[in-house]
Design a binder for this molecule. Structure first.
Ligand code: ATP
Length: 453
């Protein structure tokens, strides 16, 4: 069967990710661990750029948000109070023919008859709830008291630490607490590369407010989050806002938006922005017996704050960046013949490597020395890469394929051998347009920093 263009595109992306060191299957040499992924040298840079930019705009550039970093191992009472122990489950169906375990919403229906999407078998069990949390044991005792969970979201530690953070930060409503970290869900069918993983990272903000501000802040945060995606280079046409209908929304939420992205495998959620009322803090207050109230100095009243939560996935954002950036165009090779060029068109802010530095020839000591000097000049400001091997055109292609934003070439003109006026200038090449300009070496840090930050 012929694969659709989108399926082919996805295959190329997955293969590039492995070939160039963005993302590998976890435990690959042992056959792989399903739903788990390891990020290689370039993947980790991309992921870090996403997290750092999120932290910058959500925490550093604002007065009303502080950060925290909570433990992954979580007290069972926390997750009982939040409703996860009872209710964090997906309805699941087993196919008795091929033994596949399916999410109930994956079962296909043909002419009114339910079928397994893998083997078309019709012998399916009734849907049963399957809790998605990873349970583990803490300490030596093997009884109930030793149960702990790997957190299924980062949010709960924010609610549980609300009082401590309120006291130390002395913030007034509305204010937020932000966190980036790992979360774990025993997804029944991990799929679509890293999109649905069992171990993943979230970037979550809990923005506490007065009840009357909730709906307005929900709109505000939806807009802020859309701006974030645009600012990291995700095209607005591929982003969609879904208003989650009443019947799909958590019962405590007064409004939820899903920010979705057009992946090659379909339109899927990148982030949820939800107005969760005072549900979480009230639940923890009830279960712990500790007050989680806020004292309003102006009105002299106590209240349990409401909360708006933008909750984004790091891995899904990274995948959206890679899918959006992947492109193929035509460029001349060394001999002027047109060839296909693979380019990751990352926004310079996100590119794993910002600038590659090349001496024109590796066996000319002054060119090599000058190029290394430029690497040292740029290194305090950005992630740079030095490459001296192969023809210059090949070196450009290798960098285009991993999305390096700029290339700097040191040639004989840089050494002033052809024209004294060009001494200490280099060619600066921009990845997407392949345009080259001649710039003085001393101006390089300023020019590049203004384009990547
Ligand atoms: P989905 O409906 O796709 O399972 P969700 O609605 O359960 O997602 P939330 O609980 O709202 O997801 O989690 C917030 C964010 O965390 C999601 O928008 C997503 O970016 C990320 N996320 C959730 N589950 C996964 C997963 N299994 N793998 C990767 N990222 C995830």
């Amino acid at each position: 069967m012929n694969k659709s263009p989108d399926a082919q595109r996805m295959e190329k992306i997955v293969s590039l990710c492995k070939r160039r060191g963005f993302i590998f299957q976890s435990s690959e040499i042992y056959g792989g661990l399903s739903g788990c992924w390891d990020y290689g040298p370039l993947g980790v840079e991309l992921k870090r750029n996403v997290k750092n930019y999120w932290w910058r705009v959500m925490v550093h550039e604002r007065d009303d948000i502080v950060g925290m970093d909570g433990a992954i191992l979580t007290h069972p009472e926390v997750l009982k109070a939040s409703g996860h122990v009872e209710g964090f489950s997906d309805p699941m169906v087993d196919c008795r023919t091929c033994k596949a375990r399916l999410r109930a919403d994956q079962v296909i229906e043909k002419k009114g008859i339910q079928q397994c999407p893998n083997c078309s078998g019709r012998d399916l069990t009734q849907p049963r709830p399957f809790n998605l949390m990873f349970q583990t044991q803490m300490g030596a005792a093997a009884d109930e008291s030793s149960i702990a969970y790997l957190r299924p979201e980062t949010a709960q530690s924010i609610f549980v630490q609300f009082k401590n953070i309120l006291e130390v930060s002395r913030k007034k409503l509305p204010f937020g607490i932000a966190q980036i970290g790992k979360a774990f869900r025993n997804e029944i069918n991990p799929r679509n590369f890293t999109f649905r993983s069992r171990e993943f990272e979230q970037m979550e903000l809990e923005y506490f407010c007065r009840p009357e501000e909730g709906m307005e802040l929900l709109e505000y945060w939806k807009e802020e989050r859309l701006k974030f995606y645009e600012n990291i280079g995700i095209s607005r046409d591929r982003l969609h806002v879904k208003t989650v209908p009443d019947e799909e929304r958590a019962f405590y939420s007064r409004g939820t938006y899903d920010i979705e992205y057009d992946f090659p495998f379909g339109r899927q959620e990148l982030e949820g922005v939800a107005y969760r009322t005072d549900y979480d803090l009230s639940q923890h207050q009830k279960a712990s017996g500790k007050s989680l109230e806020y004292f309003d100095e102006e009105t002299k009243q106590r209240l349990v704050p409401h909360v708006v939560e933008p909750s984004a996935g790091v891995d899904r954002t990274v995948l959206a960046l890679i899918c959006g950036a992947y492109s193929e165009d035509e460029a001349p090779d060394e001999k002027g013949k047109m060839e296909t060029r693979i380019v990751l068109r990352f926004h310079p802010r996100m590119a794993p490597i910002k600038c590659a530095v090349f001496p024109l020839l590796k066996n000319k000591e002054p060119l090599v020395a000058k190029a290394k000097e430029i690497v040292d000049l740029l290194r305090p400001h950005m992630h740079v890469f030095y490459d001296e091997s192969g023809a210059i055109g090949r070196r450009y292609r290798r960098q285009d394929e991993i999305g390096t934003s700029f290339g700097v070439t040191v040639d004989f003109e840089t050494l002033g051998e052809k024209d004294a006026a060009l001494r200490d200038t280099v060619t600066l090449r921009e990845r997407d347009s392949m345009k080259q300009e001649r710039v003085p070496v001393k101006d390089l840090p300023g020019i590049l920093v203004s384009r990547i930050s």
